[in-house]
Design a protein around this ligand. Structure first.
Ligand SMILES: C[S@@+](CC[C@H](N)C(=O)[O-])C[C@H]1O[C@@H](n2cnc3c(N)ncnc32)[C@H](O)[C@@H]1O
Length: 264
């Protein structure tokens, strides 16, 4: 469909527009729209077949019914309250053409095969009862959860965000009774250079986020500047290679039925 050209594609929560720009270059005969409530996407220089809109998904998607052949959404799990998923999926159904596709991608917020430093940081986060305080809240409750209590709780709990949406998304798509061939694809994602360039980029992202949270995390852990930098920038990154740490990313996609009304 994309290769054949003339497909209309929407990316919800497009951020800086990376996905749209790459897709627009790969499929020059199809047209791409990125939407985000924050105007961090390119406004001047962009390919002829890419456009961006500033809009908040909570106000609905600003498009006519049956507009898109493909609706894509990536990494919005921490941006949406659990209760906001149903209205958004209803909107996705509405703007997707019959026979068109919807794909939602996100990650599991867990670090598998942790080394001792990573584990101790996560445990420290849990002991501080950050995040939801749930023992199974791994990455969010521990690693990112090292961020002081109020912020994480506000984000994750009080705001009703559920970072573990994998099964729910599948269920919600299925509940609309408007999709067929719903498929879940999982991809194990490496942290560190043991996973090649991809692993390096993923661990860079994690390191940058840990460093940007430093002013808040550091006092919680009671580490000096030097100790913090050493543990996050060196020990964690080093042991992620040694232990071949990984996480999991998933894509859930389905095809909108060609019938006008929902059926079993
Ligand atoms: C983690 S980023 C993901 C960006 C992009 N999808 C990617 O994969 O690189 C989440 C994006 O969702 C956007 N976002 C969050 N809440 C939104 C809302 N209510 N309406 C539209 N966009 C929203 C944010 O501004 C941010 O750019």
């Amino acid at each position: 469909m994309l290769k054949a050209g003339k497909a209309r594609v929407l990316d919800i929560g497009c951020g800086p527009g990376t996905w749209i720009l790459e897709m627009a270059a790969d499929y020059p005969h199809s047209s791409f729209i990125g939407l985000d409530n924050s105007p961090i996407f390119p406004s001047a220089i962009k390919p002829h077949n890419a456009r961006f809109y500033q809009a908040d998904v909570h106000n609905g998607l600003p498009f006519e019914d049956d507009t898109f052949d493909f609706v894509h959404q990536r990494f919005l799990a921490l941006a949406l309250k659990e209760e906001e998923w149903v209205p958004l999926i209803d909107e996705i159904v509405r703007v997707t053409k019959p026979g068109g596709y919807c794909e939602i991608m996100d990650c599991d917020f867990e670090i598998d095969k942790q080394g001792p430093v990573t584990e101790s940081l996560i445990e420290a986060g849990k002991k501080n009862k950050v995040g939801s305080g749930k023992a199974d809240v791994d990455w969010v409750g521990g690693w990112l959860g090292l961020v002081e209590v109020g912020r994480v709780r506000t984000c994750i709990q009080a705001n009703g965000i559920n970072p573990y949406m994998r099964e729910k998304i599948e269920e919600l798509l299925s509940d609309t009774k408007m999709f067929v061939d719903i498929t879940v694809n999982e991809k194990v994602t490496p942290f560190g250079s043991w996973g090649g360039r991809w692993g390096e980029l993923v661990s860079d992202g994690l390191r940058m986020s840990a460093n940007s949270f430093k002013p808040i995390i550091q006092p919680t852990l009671g580490l000096s500047d030097e100790e913090y930098v050493k543990s996050v920038n060196h020990s964690v990154m080093q042991e992620m290679n040694e232990y071949r740490s990984e996480t999991s990313m998933y894509r859930i996609y389905g095809k909108k039925k060609t019938t006008a009304v929902p059926t079993e």
